[in-house]
Design a protein around this ligand. Structure first.
Ligand SMILES: [Zn+2]
Length: 365
């Protein structure tokens, strides 16, 4: 099942949507779509899709989300479809499920991490009272380097400049300055927006309804592009309580996760999805984990994000440099390597199976 699924990554957002919707409706799940009023490169309507399993006990719920970061959705979508295809009427999902597909449809379809307003949705989930303002220390000085106001060029010594900056500031400080999320440079990388994104609004309006009656929820939000190639880490962007820590340790292993206070591959980002879910008290017990799967090194990934962002703002969709930048970004977040693909899909399915086994064992509050 898994190796078969691994070879069938969708080629584009339209076919990913179609496969997801088909597999969910085949199982009799309830489907909802939220069009965003824009189209993709093929002219197809762009929308978020949500599928909820029907029947079964409502208390324990598995939530799987994909594509918060647009182009990263190729992987998350494949895991979702593989799960739907492995569950049949004879062997249905052991828990209730809510699947959120392609949470940034514009980025997914147009091969970018950010949305139609250049917002990074995973830097936009601010809590009530937090202001959509400011930038991390050091971002202002890096603006010219990160966000050149011209189309990308193949002949730029990006890597040299990046290595010089790493040597000068150190990787942790640089990563924090670049990627923690900023609100002052609307065309810049890692822009957190000036107000709640469409993604945040749609989830805010509907998550209470999808999760009605739930008592224990495990939410896996699939991402790629951070960490060792093919390896998986569960990143936690909120303070863990004792129960959440125990579930993570018992179900996934002590080394499987990084809490926001540890010194690993993660950095202290602002406006993350997990902390926002926690703040909304969607269920008495809620464990959220950003499941990150490594692809390429951080300098390559940043170089690709930068070039695509330059192309998006300062070039045209049909320019050769734009097409090249977008194809490269896709490779950086969804490598074509079949070894990588089968490894990450296996691991993704394994995470889900562990989460469901764990859920079945806990006594609801
Ligand atoms: Zn991501």
């Amino acid at each position: 099942m898994a190796s078969n699924a691994a070879t069938t990554f969708s080629l584009d957002h339209s076919s990913a949507r179609q496969r997801f919707r088909q597999a969910a409706s085949h199982l009799g799940w309830q489907l909802e779509s939220y069009p965003i009023g824009l189209v993709g490169p093929d002219g197809d309507e762009l929308a978020f899709d949500v599928a909820c399993s029907q029947g079964g006990a409502p208390e324990k719920v598995l939530v799987v989300s994909s594509g918060v970061h647009g182009v990263e959705g190729f992987f998350g979508s494949t895991v979702q479809v593989a799960l739907l295809e492995q569950w049949t009427s004879a062997t249905p999902s052991p828990t209730r499920c809510v699947f959120l597909h392609g949470l940034n449809p514009f980025g997914f379809a147009w091969l970018r991490r950010f949305d139609e307003n250049n917002v990074d949705p995973n830097r936009n989930f601010l809590l009530p009272g937090e202001r959509f303002e400011g930038a991390p220390d050091g971002y202002a000085e890096l603006d010219d380097f990160l966000n050149p106001r011209r189309p990308p060029s193949r002949w730029e010594p990006f890597t040299l400049k990046a290595l010089w900056l790493i040597a000068r500031h150190g990787m942790p400080a640089l990563r924090q300055a670049v990627a923690a999320g900023q609100h002052d440079y609307p065309r810049g990388l890692f822009f957190g927006g000036n107000g709640p994104s469409r993604t945040q609004q749609m989830l805010g309006e509907n998550m209470p309804r999808w999760l009605r009656g739930s008592k224990c929820v495990v939410h896996l939000d699939f991402h790629t592009g951070l960490g060792r190639k093919g390896a998986c880490k569960l990143l936690i962007d909120y303070p863990l309580n004792e129960m959440q820590r125990r579930w993570l340790t018992d179900w996934f292993g002590t080394d499987s996760f990084e809490a926001c206070d540890s010194n690993g591959i993660a950095y202290d980002a602002r406006g993350g999805f997990g902390r926002w879910c926690m703040s909304r008290a969607l269920a008495p017990h809620y464990l959220f984990a950003c499941a990150e799967f490594g692809t390429y090194g951080p300098v390559q990934v940043l170089s690709g994000l930068r070039a695509e962002n330059q192309a998006h703002h300062w070039s045209t969709p049909k320019a050769a440099s734009t097409i090249r930048a977008k194809q490269r970004l896709k490779e950086l977040f969804c490598p074509a390597s079949s070894a990588w693909r089968s490894q990450v899909v296996q691991r993704g399915l394994d995470l889900v199976s562990r989460a469901q086994k764990g859920l079945l064992q806990v006594a609801p509050p």
